[in-house]
Write a protein that binds this ligand. Sequence first.
Ligand code: PEP
Length: 250
Amino acid sequence: MRKPIVAGNWKMNKSLAEGRALAAGIVEAVASYKGCDIVVAPTAVSLAGVGEVLGDSNVRLAAQNMHWAEGGAYTGELSAAMIKDVGCSWVILGHSERRQYFGETDEGVNHKALVALKAGLTPIVCVGETLEERESERTLQKIELQVRAALASISAADASRVVIAYEPIWAIGTGKTASSDQAQAIHLEIRKIVAEVFDASVADAMRVLYGGSVKPANIAELIAQPDVDGALIGGASLKVESFSEIAKIV
Ligand code: PEP
């Protein structure tokens, strides 16, 4: 039985004060929700302050990125130990915006995932196709490449701790959600790939999230799909009402 996940990616939004207020509202709204893992990913500068507000609540703290090195001459980067030190137990890796604007590669994402697992963090590894790839029927090819690369050299024992987020790039921040059938079809393919890389039990245990314009109005249909184990949410995670409503439905 896979425990669903509702994860909010705040991206480059919210000041420290706004982030703390949002976190306080979420903590209060979801305090009684035991059925899913609830995670928020504020900006790097707000991690410590938001972490303080989360305290020992049922809402976990995630970083939006990290570097694979332990430390040293990597201007602007944060190590796994650093994000753990400020309270993170989760980390988002390889978001399409990081791949698109900051040149992140499949190899780099894999390197980061290996380091995150070793540090005891739960990595949410993002994969997804562009509109052009979908229209030219290259979706599966792209997803297979990204998933296999992300999981390279990860042990079977660690693999079930990896979370994969399927985020079609054409659905991120656009208001266009993949239909529940489209999402289910890709999630099933991801599970098949994981079974090939490891085995059926790892594939069965691995949680696969959907991301792309998730909101209270469409989450029920998405989460009803057998291979959709929750959501990675951008826009709708920036308001207590919409984020907590999604968590309630999940
Ligand atoms: C995201 O950035 O991971 C995302 C899914 O954004 P949105 O929900 O705004 O489409």
